[in-house]
Design a protein around this ligand. Structure first.
Ligand code: FAD
Length: 560
């Protein structure tokens, strides 16, 4: 039996930051990850990370907080947003002291680029490979602190013992076999669920496992209906072209060369909030002013020098996957599923309603993004709330010691039977077939624009797919690096998250942030200024609601 004081599930930025903080506080901590840490999706982040340093123009944590509240379409909890914006600057300096090489301006300060819906240039960056830089910096720290990593361990179940989290059960992907891993505290940091959509910027491994683990352990998921569509993704494979391209001055044009954002956001233009820009693009394409199902991201006027120094990764992606050199030609782009605002319900320290179970990063919903996240705020969330969860869990270890919760051998045996049942089944459907049907259904029926009728069709289809997924056929019956098995396990997570998403979206009869209804086009604060909670009721989704925390900013009309 493996046992640690604190087990962090996930080795992206949130998980590594949490583990480092817990270790610094002197507790025994281990990280479990289905991927090698540096392969986590955080490494794909491009554009940057937000903090009100005020290096480019005057700025303050208060302005950062206001922009975030407005960007969230007033659904974000303002106490949590204030914490993130206040603590962000020190976290940036700490990342820098750990060795993060951020781009600097001519005066030697950390450079800050403008990002969507931000009142000042606030996004700190390392060219356009910010996530790549940060994930390596934190991995170095993990090694420096000698933190144990169980790499390529796939968590299949959280174990709750008399209401207290006792640890988890994980499948060793490299060698095969299940392990019970006990802990006084488990911090979920498993990232997002973009893969439930076809046409997503998310890595193949972003399958919502942590949300499903928590949901099945009795923790509600919050605001699941809010999936962000990023305005600039490549048509061929959904690969992201960073908002930094527009931050550096890029234009969006329709087939007539018109900068169509002037109709939707005459002041902010291309740097309006992501939900606003995605909807404008959708309209241009639907009304026949697109180019082959896309609009055009034009960087040609920026000049080769700026593109090569500030946006080299984006240029490479455009050349490799769209066959276009942005120095000479515009890049065809369209909206793609990018970031899930919803997640595991937790407080500002990451604590859930199950004692000993915490969450941080994209898996969590604190909530700092509400109905729509601002670019650059997610990386900051992983660092601020990863650190806070690590600190709080460690303090709890010091205060309480051993919680006494244990994983009984019977729990491991039950899970062993369940996994063996999937492994040995040679009849039924292939998981990949259902995964693809799900992704297409979600993109077509629960996308940028929604209506009640189509969402209900989507829900019916998701229920049908959940039913069909009870009987999956695995062709690989071996135990070593069996990706057939992990794909099947991920499919269940995707389906549960999709059910929560669509079931939450149907009754929300308003348009707010990323949830945009053609049949209810206005925001309705009287009825819907509240968080949606999704409870697991015998495997079915049960909805409940909770008020939003408002401290300073009463809801206003949102325009850019
Ligand atoms: C292409 C792209 C670009 C982005 N650019 C930016 C940007 O410029 N700025 C910004 O603020 N945000 C950006 N984002 C969003 C941001 O990068 C993510 O929200 C954030 O990095 C998520 O970090 P995380 O630590 O929560 O999860 P991740 O980095 O996704 O890590 C999840 C971890 O959980 C582990 N895991 C998952 N399931 C299991 C399981 N069942 N068992 C064991 N381990 C498991 C994985 O192995 C992994 O280590 C971008 C996102 C994408 C997709």
């Amino acid at each position: 039996m493996i046992r640690h004081d604190v087990v962090v599930l996930g080795a992206g930025l949130a998980g590594m930051r949490a583990a480092i903080e817990a270790k610094r506080a002197g507790v025994d901590v281990a990280v479990i990850s289905k991927l090698h840490p540096t392969r986590s999706h955080s490494g794909a982040a491009e554009g940057g990370i937000n903090a009100a340093l005020g290096n480019a123009t005057e700025d303050s944590p208060e302005s950062h907080a206001f922009d975030t509240v407005k960007g969230s379409d007033y659904l974000g909890d303002q106490d949590a947003i204030e914490i993130m914006c206040r603590e962000a600057p020190d976290d940036i300096y700490e990342l820098e002291h750990m060795g993060a090489i951020f781009t600097r301006s001519a005066d030697g300060k950390l450079a800050q680029r403008p990002f969507g819906a931000a009142g000042a240039p606030r996004t700190i960056y390392s060219a356009d490979i910010t996530g790549h830089v940060l994930i390596h910096v934190l991995y170095e720290q993990l090694i420096k602190y000698d933190i144990k990593v169980y790499e390529e361990f796939f968590a299949t179940k959280l174990v709750i013992d008399e209401g207290q989290c006792a640890g988890l059960i994980a499948w060793d992907t490299q060698k095969g076999g299940l392990h019970a891993i006990e802990a006084n505290h488990v911090i979920l940091a498993t990232g997002g669920v973009g893969r439930m959509y076809y046409g997503t910027t998310n890595a193949y491994a972003c399958t919502g496992d942590g949300m499903s683990l928590a949901w099945n352990a009795g923790v509600p998921l919050k605001d699941m209906e809010f999936m962000q569509f990023h305005p600039t993704t490549l048509k061929s494979n959904g690969v992201l072209i960073t908002e930094g391209c527009r931050g550096e001055g890029g234009y969006l044009r329709n087939k007539d060369g018109e900068r169509f954002m002037k109709h939707d956001a005459p002041n902010a233009m291309e740097l309006a909030s992501r939900d606003v820009v995605s909807r404008a693009e959708w309209r241009e394409i639907a009304d026949g002013r697109g180019v082959d199902g896309c609009v055009l991201l034009d960087l040609t006027h920026l000049g080769w020098k700026k593109i090569k120094s500030r946006l080299p990764g984006s240029r490479e992606l455009a050349m490799d996957y769209a066959g276009v050199d942005p120095i000479e030609q515009p890049i065809p782009v369209r909206p793609g599923a990018h970031y899930h605002m919803g997640g595991v319900d937790c407080d500002v320290w990451g604590e859930t309603i199950v004692p000993g179970l915490w969450a941080a990063g994209e898996v969590a919903c604190v909530s700092v993004h509400g109905a729509n996240r601002l670019g650059g705020n997610s990386l900051m969330e992983t660092i601020v709330f990863g650190r806070r969860a690590g600190q709080a869990a460690a303090e709890r270890v010091h205060a309480q010691g051993d919680t006494g919760a244990r994983i009984e051998p019977a729990a491991l045996a039950d899970e062993d039977r369940r996994i063996a049942g999937i492994l040995n089944n040679s009849e039924g459907e292939r998981p990949g077939v259902i995964r693809e049907e799900l992704a297409k259904t979600m993109y077509d029926k629960a996308g940028v624009y929604r209506t009640g009728d189509v969402l209900t069709e989507c829900q019916d289809k998701v229920h049908e797919l959940r039913e069909r997924a009870r009987n999956l056929r695995i062709d690989d019956h071996g135990s070593v690096f069996n990706t057939d098995l992990t794909t099947a396990l991920e499919l269940h997570s995707l389906l549960e998250c999709a059910d929560c998403l669509v079931t939450s979206a149907i009754p929300r009869t308003e348009s707010r942030g990323a949830h945009s209804r053609l049949d209810y086009t206005v925001r309705d604060d009287d009825h819907w200024l509240k968080h949606t909670l999704n409870w697991n009721d015998g495997g079915q989704v049960r909805l409940d609601y909770r008020p939003v925390t408002i401290t300073k900013h009463q809801p206003l009309a949102r325009s850019y």
